[in-house]
Design a protein around this ligand. Structure first.
Ligand code: SF4
Length: 500
């Protein structure tokens, strides 16, 4: 056996424009083509000499090309998602037909939550990881036997074996990891990553892992990142920022893609002060608890935009989902972000416990009152491994249908006696219509793109995609919600065997 296995870290091809892989918190095909960086895979890729990180969808690498590429490797680390799992299994069968000796690890929340079911789904998978995967797959690539690797499950003599728990990494260990952005420089084209509300091109990475908040629907802290908020040191983050600015002079902004960036005021301020002399724009995830002084320091340090999960305008729903934030906090936060000049992309969810037709309208009105720069409206998805999944299943509100249609677009899979899945779906469209079809919002968006050729084209492309999906949603609702129906047609995934 060579010293280090030739390793491919793969965010697999999936539905067209599907962003469900190695860093997506809401695995789905979006209204508008969007891709997040496969951050989780970037760290082991930086620790395994001779490896390659392949992010198939944004780089337009299809099934056939992926199978060809896999022929050159001895070890495959595939980041799977609940929504993409079935197609990942089919793809893997084809990969193994072409390269039977390939060793395979499935990583991500799916194997963490259901190690037995994941391994039983395919003999082609050698092991799955629990929690943070960085060192488990690195140790395997360096030849360590599975029995000595913490945090993995594998088959032995027909039985499934789980090794010892792997402790989460804290500051010193996080600082010792390679920079994700060095892997991006080696393996990815940053121009391939587009998120409508971020400047293009952007680069993203984590400055922390985990989130102490207890939101019942949120997958990462309840699966692989955990509730302990673990920070990289300020100096280590600043060093990676400098590195990124050198690597990617064409980059327009850095996005700090932590579960939540602004948990601690003193750290947010210290980072902002050190960012200031570097003169770059940045955006980040945020909760709505930061006060004026902190926001002002962040704005002075280059903060341009926050992504904030407001979720609902109904106080009882916020309690039901253990959001730990109130509508009053959201109002105060928005007032202050506007004062300091930081834009906000607000996330809202339809179908959370307690939702009614009236609360949907209340949330639409609340969103209009907050008047964020842009919004995202999602259907409540109870992902396996979350408290929401447990309670919805116990209360009999989970539908058996798929989480997504055959293109990866979200479908309602929670239904209440008083609120049907079609009412939720039409609620999403009504939300977007009422929010965006207001003259001041249309002008706000159009004026940003007026004088920039690239931004004008991007806006046209995004508006067309948005309107197409909007029309499909109305059609789906009119048909009474046929979950098996494809809302937007895409090429089919490969069959489990035989020709494509
Ligand atoms: S604050 Fe955000 S990241 Fe943290 S648990 Fe809630 S939704 Fe998840």
């Amino acid at each position: 056996m060579p010293d280090v296995l030739r390793t491919l870290l793969l965010n697999p091809p999936s539905f067209e424009n599907f962003d469900g892989g190695a860093s997506s918190r809401w695995p789905a095909t979006r209204e508008i083509e969007s891709y997040w960086y496969p951050v989780w895979l970037a760290y082991p890729a930086g620790m395994i000499p001779g490896s390659r990180l392949l992010d198939a969808s944004p780089h337009k690498v299809d099934w056939k090309q992926t199978i060809e590429i896999c022929k050159d490797y001895e070890f495959l680390v595939l980041f799977t998602s609940t929504v993409g799992f079935d197609s990942d299994i089919k793809l893997l069968r084809k990969i193994k037909e072409a390269n039977p000796s390939l060793k395979v690890a499935f990583v991500g929340p799916q194997g963490h939550i259901k190690p037995n079911e994941t391994l039983q789904a395919s003999e082609d998978i050698d092991f799955v990881t629990h929690g943070e995967l960085d060192h488990a797959v690195t140790e395997y690539a360096h030849g360590k036997p599975l029995s000595e690797i913490k945090g993995v499950s594998y088959r032995k003599d027909g039985e499934i074996v789980h090794t010892m728990h792997r402790e989460q990494m804290h500051t010193a260990e996080l600082d010792a990891l390679p920079f994700a952005t060095d892997t991006y420089k080696r393996d990815l084209q940053i121009e391939r990553y587009n998120v409508p509300f971020l400047l293009h091109p952007f680069v993203s990475f984590y400055t922390t892992r985990g989130c102490p908040a207890m939101c019942t629907f949120c997958m990462w802290p309840q699966t692989i990142s955990g509730h302990a908020w673990r920070t990289r040191s300020v100096d280590n983050v600043v060093q990676e920022v400098k590195n990124t600015l050198e690597h990617f002079p064409q980059m327009k902004e850095i996005f700090f893609d932590d579960d939540t960036f602004n948990i601690r005021k003193d750290r947010a301020i210290e980072l902002s002060k050190k960012f200031k002399p570097l003169k770059f724009q940045w955006s980040c995830t945020a909760r709505c608890h930061s006060k004026y002084e902190e926001l002002k320091e962040m704005a002075d340090g280059g903060a341009r935009l926050f992504i904030v999960g407001f979720e609902s305008g109904d106080p009882q729903i916020l309690k039901n989902i253990k959001k730990g934030a109130t509508v009053e906090m959201a109002r105060e936060f928005m007032k202050n972000t506007k004062k300091v000049g930081i834009k906000v992309h607000g996330d809202f969810i339809i179908g959370l416990p307690g939702e009614t037709k009236e609360t949907i309208q209340k949330t639409i009105d609340f969103a209009k009152e907050l008047d964020c720069e842009t919004i995202q409206v999602s259907l409540a998805h109870a992902m396996p491994g979350t408290e929401l999944h447990t309670t919805m299943s116990e209360q009999g509100f989970l539908r058996v249908e798929a989480l997504a249609d055959s293109s990866g677009h979200q479908l309602p899979h929670i239904e209440y006696p008083h609120l049907s899945k079609t009412e939720m779906m039409t609620g999403v469209n009504r939300f977007y219509d009422e929010y965006y079809f207001r003259p001041k919002v249309v002008w706000r968006i159009v004026k940003e793109a007026l004088w920039d050729d690239y931004e004008r084209k991007r806006l046209y492309h995004e508006a067309t995609a948005f309107l197409k999906l909007r029309a499909e949603r109305w059609k789906w609702a009119r048909s009474g919600g046929d979950a098996g129906k494809t809302m937007v047609s895409v090429p089919a995934p490969p069959a489990a065997s035989g020709s494509d």
